[in-house]
Ligand binder design. Structure first.
Ligand SMILES: Cc1cc2nc3c(=O)[nH]c(=O)nc-3n(C[C@H](O)[C@H](O)[C@H](O)COP(=O)(O)O)c2cc1C
Length: 216
C-alpha cells in the first residue's frame, strides 16, 4: 500500500488522545509558561485541518498580553451574569467555573474569515466555512492534549466586544476563544458530567442506520 499506514499501537495512541482530551476548568490550571516551540506545534496542527474547498478560512489571534485578557474576562463576567439568570433554577451553575482567561499563559481567539468569492463546496451550505474552522480547533485541541496541555473553551462572550478588543476585521466571525495552559491534573470525566450537569449520550440515542425511521 502506498502512503503512510499506521500500526495498531499507533492507532491506540490516537484513541488514547481522543479519550483523554478534556475541557479543564479554572482552578486546575497552574502558573507555567508554554514554550514557543510547543505553541508552534499547536498552530501547525490547526493549519493541517480540513476545510471546505481547501479555503482555510481561519485566522488566529494569540493573546499573551495580560491587559487584553483582563478586558476579555470583563466581557465574560457580564455574559456569565446573564447566563446565571437563565439557569437560575439550577443552583449548581454557581459552582461551575467556565473560564480560565487570565490564569492561562496563552489565549487564542479563532476567527472565521468569509471569502468575498465563491468557495468550492460552500455554495449550497454556507455554514461549511465555520465548520472548517471548528475542525482546525479540534486538531489543535488534540495536539494540545498530546503536549499535556489543557484547554478551556470560553463561549460566554459578546462576539462584537471581543472583536473590538482585538481590532478584528468587521467581516470576521469569532468561532472559538481558547484558554491554554498546564494543569495540576487531567480530569477523567467531563467536568459537566462530574457536576451532574449532563451525561454522555449512549450510542443508541444518537446513531441511526440507513434512515431515521429504519428499524435498528
Ligand atoms: C463549541 C463549544 C463551546 C464551549 N463553551 C464552553 C464554555 O463557555 N465554558 C466552558 O467551561 N466550557 C465550554 N466548552 C466545553 C464543554 O463544556 C465540554 O466540551 C463538554 O462539557 C465535554 O467535556 P470534555 O471537553 O471534557 O469532553 C465548550 C465546548 C464547545 C465544543
Amino acid at each position: 500500500m502506498k502512503g503512510k499506514s499506521f500500526k495498531e499501537q499507533e492507532r491506540q495512541i490516537l484513541e488514547d488522545i481522543i479519550l483523554h482530551r478534556r475541557t479543564e476548568l479554572g482552578d486546575n490550571f497552574i502558573d507555567r509558561e508554554i514554550p514557543n516551540v510547543v505553541l508552534e506545534r499547536l498552530l501547525w496542527s490547526a493549519l493541517q485541518g480540513p476545510s471546505v474547498g481547501f479555503s482555510q478560512p481561519w485566522e488566529f489571534v494569540i493573546i499573551r498580553d495580560q491587559s487584553i485578557k483582563e478586558k476579555i474576562k470583563a466581557c465574560f463576567e457580564i455574559e456569565n451574569e446573564k447566563a446565571r439568570k437563565i439557569f437560575s433554577d439550577k443552583p449548581s451553575y454557581n459552582r461551575l467555573n467556565l473560564e480560565a482567561i487570565n490564569i492561562t499563559p496563552i489565549n487564542i481567539a479563532v476567527f472565521y474569515k468569509p471569502s468575498s468569492t465563491p468557495i468550492l463546496g460552500q455554495t449550497s451550505m454556507n455554514k461549511m466555512g465555520v465548520y472548517s474552522v471548528c475542525l482546525a480547533v479540534q486538531n489543535l485541541w488534540l495536539m494540545a492534549r498530546a503536549e499535556n496541555l489543557a484547554i478551556s473553551w470560553v463561549s460566554l462572550l459578546d462576539e462584537n466586544k471581543v472583536k473590538d478588543i482585538l481590532h478584528a476585521p468587521a467581516e470576521n466571525e469569532l468561532v472559538a476563544y481558547l484558554c491554554i495552559g498546564y494543569v495540576k491534573e487531567f480530569t477523567e470525566l467531563p467536568q459537566l458530567e462530574i457536576a451532574n450537569w449532563e451525561k454522555r449520550k449512549r450510542k443508541e440515542e444518537v446513531i441511526y442506520y440507513n434512515s431515521y425511521n429504519h428499524p435498528q
